[in-house]
Ligand binder design. Structure first.
Ligand code: SOE
Length: 381
């Protein structure tokens, strides 16, 4: 008999759907000791919460997250609300002894993230942040290749995350659909929303960043605010480019924007090492490009590895070799890893403390864009 893991989901937007889908599917594909149970969804609008509960199979509805956090029949609080609410919910959940899964980015900024880390570490509750792209099988495989030492010394790490959905000046800011454009709800723009993904993967694959030098731009300076109806200053960064230096001596270049016409979610990364290089592209997520200089010289070239075989990360759990999986599965993998770690009483990465490092890099990037100087990244561990 599997033990029940009762989930209390706060928020029901895009991420509420990805997480709910993952809880529902994980047990069908992964043999786990715990079975996630969709116990309750919480949102201020009861009607919408009920509709969401019906669609996804949640057993009950709450309209106040404080009540949800106090419920004895909830084991895990899953925070899927806008960034400015993460801390308050996480602190209350930690005080109530709940496990906490938090959407990225962890917090509005580093100091707030540190408070959250201290609270969950004091409470000793299992915790994880949903940086899902680590769990794309091709990205996990990149980690394996690097850890095996196949690339040798790393010289370059390059990543970008490009979108084009905010180019229209008529787009408002704020409110349920567009809180990512409102500095008060999001904390930052593309830096916390998109580059945070790139930074999380980068630190995982290539270690900590020592210092950064950045520039940001806000192309549309004013937008009507959905909640006030008034034209208000836009406080977020629409685009951010930074360079950096990793502790291992390799050089970093990162770029993110919501103004790259033609790109919807182009997350790409490339790593160049002494012996080999790796490249990956979210639009072709099941392929890992790999070049190994040690190959026989007349056959040397970029290999395009279709990461869908049984001995590739996670793929033995899915269909048959050659048949690919996609975006939603990264969340299924994340739940599977969390539950498996729980069974072994081990932390599942990225923990809140891991995610604090990303937060510190984001803070340093935004600070550097203001000061025009190189900024050191504070240590998080
Ligand atoms: C923004 O458009 C967004 O939805 C991010 O918030 C997600 O984290 C990213 O995975 C896709 O883009």
């Amino acid at each position: 008999m599997k033990k029940k893991l009762n989930i209390g989901l706060v928020g029901y937007g895009f991420m509420g759907r990805t997480h709910s889908n993952a809880y529902r599917k994980v047990g069908n594909f992964f043999d786990l000791k715990y079975e996630p149970v969709l116990k309750a969804v919480c949102a201020r609008n009861e009607q919408n919460a009920k509709a969401f509960a019906d669609t996804w199979g949640y057993q009950s509805v709450e309209t106040d997250w404080r009540k949800l956090v106090q419920r004895d029949d909830i084991d895990v609080i899953d925070i899927c609300t806008p960034n400015n609410t993460h801390a308050e919910i996480a602190l209350a959940a930690a005080a109530a002894g709940k496990m906490i899964l938090c959407e990225k980015p962890l917090s509005m900024n580093g100091p707030e993230g540190l408070k959250m880390v201290k609270a969950i570490e004091k409470a000793g509750v299992p915790n994880m942040v949903w940086y899902n792209y680590r769990r794309v099988p091709a990205v996990t495989m990149a980690k394996q290749l690097i850890d095996e030492g196949r690339l040798g010394r790393i010289f370059h790490y390059r990543a970008k995350f490009l979108q084009d959905w905010t180019i229209s000046a008529d787009l408002p800011q704020g409110g349920q659909a567009l809180w990512r454009l409102d500095i008060k709800a999001a904390g930052s723009g593309v830096t916390g929303d998109l580059l945070a993904h790139c930074i999380d993967t980068a630190v995982w694959l290539n270690g900590s960043l020592e210092k950064v030098s950045a520039m940001t731009e806000t192309f549309i300076k004013e937008r009507t605010h959905t909640l006030t109806g008034k034209v208000e200053k836009v406080g977020i960064d629409d685009a951010c480019t930074f360079m950096g230096r990793f502790n291992n001596g390799s050089l970093a270049t990162f770029e993110s924007t919501r103004y790259a016409r033609g790109h919807k979610a182009l997350y790409t990364l490339e790593i160049n090492g002494e012996h080999a290089s790796i490249a990956w592209d979210l639009h072709d997520l099941h392929r890992l490009q790999y070049f190994d200089h040690r190959d026989q010289s007349n056959l040397r070239g970029w290999r395009s590895i279709h990461v869908t075989d049984g001995d590739h990360p996670y793929m033995g759990k899915w269909w048959v070799p050659g048949l690919q999986i996609g975006y939603e599965h990264t969340f299924v993998h994340q739940v599977a890893d969390f539950v498996e770690a729980l069974g072994k009483r081990k932390p599942a990465a990225p923990t809140f403390r891991d995610a604090l490092e990303t937060q510190y890099v984001c803070d340093s990037v935004l600070k550097s864009a203001k000061t025009g100087r190189w900024e050191k990244v504070p240590k998080s561990k």
